[in-house]
Each structure stands twice: as C-alpha cells, then as structure tokens.
Design a protein around this ligand. Structure first.
Ligand SMILES: Cc1cc2nc3c(=O)[nH]c(=O)nc-3n(C[C@H](O)[C@H](O)[C@H](O)COP(=O)(O)OP(=O)(O)OC[C@H]3O[C@@H](n4cnc5c(N)ncnc54)[C@H](O)[C@@H]3O)c2cc1C
Length: 414
C-alpha cells in the first residue's frame, strides 16, 4: 500500500461511468450496497457515445420509478425504424406492437442520460462517483482482486473493495491487466463522426440510415444539428483523406442531398473524428474478486444501436444476482459465473446479428460502391411486402434477447 495514496474502502468499486457502470452503481446503491464509481473523464461530454435508449431500458427505468422524470428531459421518440436506400424507403422495424410500456426508442445524448443516472443515484448515501479518476491496476489480496489503484485529481487513489467491476468500455485496461482471454470477432467497418447543422423547416425528420451509391450514413436528429455517422471500410480513412475534403463533402451530399448548403461547415479533417469499431467478447468475464460487464466483456458494433441497451441489461442482471450477497461481503466465484451464464446468450445472439448485418449488408454495399435496390437483400424486400414481419427486427432491436427486469427491491431504511 502506498503511504501517499488516498485510501477508500467500499463493498464494490466500479471502473467506468458509462451506461453499464453507472446503471450498476445506481442499482447497487439503491439496494443498500456501498459503491464507488471511478470515471476517468471530468464529464460525460464526449462525442463517441450512442444516443439510443431502447424500450427495454425504458422498462427498467419504469421499474425503478424513474421513467416519468426521464421522459421530462429533452429527447426524441422514434417508433418506426426507417432506412433510405437509394430512392426507396424501407421500414426495418415497427415498435408499436412491443409488449413494453414505451413503444419507442428515446434519442437522448448519452451525456444527458448519464447525468440523469448520477443525479438519481445521489439520492442514496451509499452511491459515490469520483470523476477524473482513472483506474490503472488491481490491488491483489491473497490471489484475488481486492481493489483498484487509480490516478485521481489529487494524485494516487487506492480503493479496497470486496468486488471490482470492470465497466471501462471496449478498450478496457482492466480486462487486459486481468489477463482475460479475448475472442476477436472482427469488424470490417469504421465510422466517421461529425456534426452538421439542421434546418427544422426543410430537413426530413428522423431517418436513421441512408444508403446511396455505395455510401452509408446514419443521421441522429439533435434538434439544431445532425450527428452524422458516415460508415467506411476499415482502414479507409487515409485513402479518403488523400482524395481531399471536397470529395468527402461530395460523398455526404450524395447520400443526403439536403445537406448541400451545409457541408462547408466541415472546414478541416479536424471536424471529423474516426471511431474505430470492434466486436469481441471475453471467454471468461470474471476472476476471483473481479467481474467485467458491458463493452469491457463484449465490445459491440454500432449496428442496430443496441450496445447501450446490452450494457444496461448486464448491469441489471449483475445487481439481481450479486447485490444480496454483496451487502454482506465478498461474493463467490459461482455467483460471478452465474452473471456470465445469464448474459452470454444475449451477447452471442446480438453479436451474431450485428456480424451478419455488417458482413452481408453494410460492408458489401460500401465496398462495391453501389447499393441499388435490386441488390437489396431478400429479407429487406420482404419487410416492405409483409409489414407484420417488421415486428421481428423491432423486438430484437427494441427489447433484445432475454430482457432483464429489476428484481431487487429498495431497503425500507434508505
Ligand atoms: C461509433 C459507435 C457508435 C455507437 N452508437 C451506438 C448507439 O447509437 N446506440 C447504442 O446502443 N450503442 C452504440 N454503440 C455501442 C455503445 O457505445 C457501447 O456498446 C456502450 O457504450 C457500452 O457501454 P459501457 O458502459 O460498457 O462502455 P462505455 O460506454 O465505453 O463506457 C466506459 C466508460 O469507462 C470510462 N473509462 C475507460 N477506462 C477507464 C479507466 N481506466 N478508469 C475509469 N474510467 C474509465 C470511459 O471514459 C467511459 O465513460 C456505438 C459504438 C460505436 C463504436
């Protein structure tokens, strides 16, 4: 133990204040478990975050009594998932039939969602978030993980904990330190992330995906601007830059012609961020004293916009399984294994779906340089012909496989 480090003792220390870490922190604190969440950034205002809160996550918020408050925050609601493919519109999913309280995806910038969870968590005296605190390594106690070392705003931090949860995202330093084996499933795409202003009077409302002439862009309506995700083949940024910014602006206009009067807002390549996409998962999500959840256990592709939902579902399952024991002290390896067993099927099934979509639809379309309607995969054509089929993708995207429900009630004293 370093004599100069600030020392903290808690039941559970969570590394990472993303959707997985923040929701788990909230749920444990609500169950009366003392929890400390470390977030390496000073705030949540980063651009690489998804914005989608799915019906099953909204159901969890309802079960927690948070839904009404959440829906008062600025957001957009989307019931039909529509893609524009050349001049044809395809409704990929219709959420109006889901057996959930909210039959829509709520679009809210992720920093607003995370701030909402932090504010809700602060009502519990067992909830503590330390911003600007980066977990760097484990404290080992008798061959098990017994806490975390971190670098905080005022220097070194040591947090002793009965359980450490790695929720530090797809570049998780903790899963690497723990030597957990990663199965890389591959992602043939990357994403260029940028903003362009929105003209509410003339621009279309929300259309999620736009394919045209071999270009594919997802556009999120943030009222006064569009958050755009332009999908490129992996490693294609350098050739794109070599073609010049003007050619890239023309690519954007090809896929969304109404942006022609605004593409000049992209003044240099500094206005365009590369987000590298990864799809992988751990063979084992745990070792004694440590559990990985969310992208740290299984990095998700942006396809389907389901990664946040899966991260939240992991958090709910973890709290359901672990919080009764964790209130009293360390949890057994069997319980950590039980979390993985519960969540492995939805992870595998979701990643399989994403890999199918990226390898069979998105990647061939952007590699071939054209996505004419006659080449549309058979399944998309069926969705237009038989609208009832739209309920299947709606269920997979809106609720995911094996949706979780909050099983732990709040102790009456808190
Ligand atoms: C380009 C792109 C777009 C996406 N769009 C969507 C979308 O629209 N909808 C959707 O559902 N999913 C989307 N995803 C997937 C989604 O972002 C992830 O699946 C989801 O954010 C996982 O949540 P998480 O909490 O596990 O990890 P993260 O959201 O990555 O959160 C991890 C947190 O840990 C912090 N952290 C990292 N290291 C440390 C450390 N050492 N110490 C302390 N803190 C640390 C990070 O700052 C971060 O706040 C997208 C992914 C990509 C790549």
């Amino acid at each position: 133990m370093s004599p100069s480090a600030d020392q903290i003792a808690t039941r559970c220390c969570i590394a990472g204040g993303g959707p997985a870490g923040m929701m788990l922190g909230y749920l444990l604190a609500r169950a009366g478990v003392d929890v400390v969440i470390l977030e390496k950034h000073a705030d949540f205002l980063r651009d690489f975050r998804g914005d989608t809160i799915h019906p099953s996550t909204l159901e969890v918020l309802h079960e927690l009594g948070l839904l009404d408050e959440f829906l008062k925050r600025p957001h957009q609601q989307l019931q039909r998932l529509v893609a524009q493919i050349d001049d044809f519109s395809v409704t990929i999913g219709d959420l109006s039939h889901l057996p959930t309280r909210c039959k829509f995806v709520a679009f809210m910038p992720q920093w607003d969602f995370l701030n909402f969870l932090v504010e809700a968590g602060r009502k519990f005296k067992t909830f503590r978030v330390i911003m600007n605190a980066e977990a760097t390594d484990f404290i080992e106690v008798g061959g098990a993980v017994g806490g975390l070392r971190a670098t905080g705003q005022n220097g070194a931090l040591e947090i002793r904990a009965d359980l450490v949860v790695a929720a530090d995202g797809r570049h998780s330093i903790l899963r690497e330190r723990a030597g957990l084996e990663v199965q890389v499933l591959g992602a043939p795409i990357d994403v260029l992330w940028m903003r362009l202003s929105r003209n509410p009077a003339t621009d279309p409302a929300q259309t999620l995906g736009r394919f045209r002439a071999g270009r594919f862009m997802v556009m999120l309506n943030r009222e006064d601007y569009w958050q755009c995700a332009f999908v490129i083949p992996k490693g294609a940024l350098e050739p794109l830059r070599a073609r010049g910014l003007e050619a890239f602006r023309a690519d954007i206009v090809t896929v969304a012609p109404f942006l022609a009067d605004r593409v000049a807002e992209l003044k240099s390549w500094d206005d365009i961020k590369l987000l590298s996409v990864a799809v992988d998962r751990l063979r084992e999500w745990y070792r004694p004293g440590l559990l990985c959840i969310g992208d740290a256990a299984h990095a998700m592709s942006p396809i389907g916009g389901v990664g946040i939902n899966l991260a939240i579902q992991d958090a709910v399952a973890t709290a359901n399984i672990l919080s009764p024991g964790l209130e009293r002290g360390p949890v057994s390896i069997d319980l950590l294994r039980a979390v993985q067993q519960r969540r492995m099927f939805p992870t595998r099934a979701t990643q399989r779906m994403q890999i199918l979509a990226q390898d069979r639809i998105v990647s061939p379309a952007i590699q071939s340089g054209a996505a004419p309607i006659r080449k549309l995969p058979f399944a998309l054509g069926l969705l237009n012909r038989f609208p009832i089929l739209r309920r299947i993708p709606a269920r997979v995207i809106g609720m995911g496989f094996r949706p979780e429900h909050v099983r732990i009630s709040r102790p009456s004293a808190s």
